[in-house]
Design a protein around this ligand. Structure first.
Ligand code: GLU
Length: 474
């Protein structure tokens, strides 16, 4: 039995949902679901200038597209509202007051010039201890002290992060200055917007978060956050820091490597099942299994499977996984998703759209590839291989016109009936099927390869098939 855990995804709504962020969300979600616990969305929008509600909405839509759901969040509410940091000022003020009261934090009215001067001096003398010197630590300044900041009183000793992925990592407190957790507000005595590390901790405590899985880049913040938990007298969550997703060159994945937002992959015709499964495998493993369903993952996911080495983003592998889902998903699902791509190209619904998707999904890896291949079924503007056409059709006129006659006589334009008619004619006339199939395919598709011949005839329909044959005969 596992105890129900509480995990969160805490995005900053300053852009599109990045695949690294999506992976973090998925891992936290899986751990919550696996334990029968809760998954919470908390929007970290303290950067008021760069944060946009439109980004928040889009990020949540992307997470839903991936198949995630949440028990608490800005759009669904919950027992610990509000779920946007920009709206939680009252709760931060309460914690700051409590920290000032208990002596875990103190007011500091040192001027910027003094602090900057201190740093320059330390730099010049190559001092071993850097940072704020604790000048105001013992002064017990109150809210009448003028423009000031609030600093955490960092104790001596060391801070150990007992990490779920990296094991134990220790940090000397001597290397951590009495850092600023809040600036003073515009009005005398008021609190200003608190700092990043402080609000994350204040919220994780208020929201009773038990586990935090996040990217490696946050490990540097974790000792400071643990010191804030200690000052608050609160039990910290278990942390797990995951290696970054790397680009081909082994550096952090970036725009140079191509698409980095989940939205771009959606637009490139990837299925959410594929992107989710691939993202999970990137940094987590369970034997040699490569393809996972969401339901399977909810059972088998454990933090022990999280790796410590950076994982390279491999578009070819993602396409391979997507190809699997092209075939494995219910046909109606693939057809519905393909429709959006057809509509975007201005194609009205095809009378045999499911059959069309059924024959093309076998041979394509993404919905965009499928739409490209579907062009020949939506009107007469489709790519033709002129070299193949001129090498095949002139010598096959006779065969094509005789097959054309046979097809004219087929009443029920179904795959089995078409197959029976062509086979019957071949047998009766001692003609090898290959002699017929190849020119007919070239006549219908303008290509040497394509979906099965009878599938193609069926999906094209009687009129288009016969008129393409006639055109080929000339
Ligand atoms: N808001 C942070 C980010 O978007 C996440 C903070 C955390 O997970 O602790 O990177």
């Amino acid at each position: 039995m596992t105890t129900p855990l509480r995990l969160r995804f805490a995005p900053s709504p300053t852009g599109n949902l990045h695949i690294g962020g999506a992976r973090t969300a998925i891992f936290n979600w899986l751990l919550a679901r696996k334990s029968g616990g809760q998954f919470i969305i908390r929007v970290e929008d303290t950067d008021l200038e760069r944060s946009k509600r439109a980004f928040e909405d889009a990020m949540l839509a992307e997470l839903r597209w991936l198949g995630l759901d949440w028990d608490e969040g800005p759009d669904v509410g919950g027992p610990h509202p509000p779920y946007r940091q920009s709206e939680r000022m009252t709760s931060y003020e309460a914690v700051l007051s409590q920290l000032l009261e208990s002596g875990g934090a103190y007011r500091c009215n040192c001027t910027e010039e003094r602090v900057d001067g201190l740093r320059a001096e330390q730099e010049a003398s190559k001092a071993s201890r850097r940072g704020y010197d604790g000048h105001c630590r013992a002064l017990n300044l109150d809210s009448t002290c003028g423009k000031h900041v609030i600093r955490l009183k960092v104790p001596e000793g060391e801070t150990i992060v007992d990490d779920l992925v990296k094991g134990s990592v220790s940090f000397a407190n001597a290397d951590i200055e009495d850092f600023v957790i809040a600036r003073s507000g515009a009005e005398a005595g008021a609190f200003g917007m608190p700092m990043y590390n402080f609000v994350v901790v204040a919220d994780d405590v208020a929201m009773r978060i038990t586990h935090v899985l996040r990217g490696d880049e946050h490990l540097i913040n974790t000792p400071k956050q643990l010191l804030i938990y200690a000052a608050m007298g609160a039990t910290p969550p278990r942390f797990g820091h995951m290696p970054l997703i790397l680009g081909k060159d082994g550096r952090k994945l970036s725009k140079r490597d191509g698409a980095t937002a989940t939205r771009e992959y959606r637009e490139l015709g990837f299925h959410p099942e594929a992107l989710l499964g691939y993202l999970v495998r990137l940094g987590w493993s369970c034997g040699d299994q490569e393809i996972f369903t969401l339901d399977e993952l909810k059972v088998v996911f454990t933090t022990q499977g999280l790796g410590t080495g950076g994982a390279k983003w491999d578009l070819e592998k993602l396409a391979w996984v997507n190809g699997h889902w092209m075939r494995a998903l219910p046909l109606a699902t693939v057809a519905m998703r393909a429709r959006a791509f057809f509509a975007a190209r201005g194609w009205a619904e095809h009378p045999r759209e499911e059959a069309l998707v059924a024959c093309l999904r076998e041979r394509t890896r993404t919905l965009v590839e499928l739409a490209d291949a579907a062009r020949m079924f939506f009107g007469d503007e489709y790519p033709r291989d002129e070299a193949v056409i001129s090498a095949t059709l002139p010598g096959a006129r006779d065969v094509l016109s005789r097959v054309g006659e046979v097809l004219e006589g087929v009443a029920d334009w179904s795959e089995p009936a078409l197959e029976a008619a062509v086979h019957g004619w071949c047998e009766a006339n001692g003609v090898k099927l290959g002699k017929v199939a190849q020119p007919v395919r070239v006549a219908l598709c303008g290509q040497k390869t394509g979906p099965g011949l009878y599938q193609t005839l069926h999906v094209l329909g009687r009129d288009a098939s016969l008129s393409r044959l006639r055109a080929a005969i000339g």
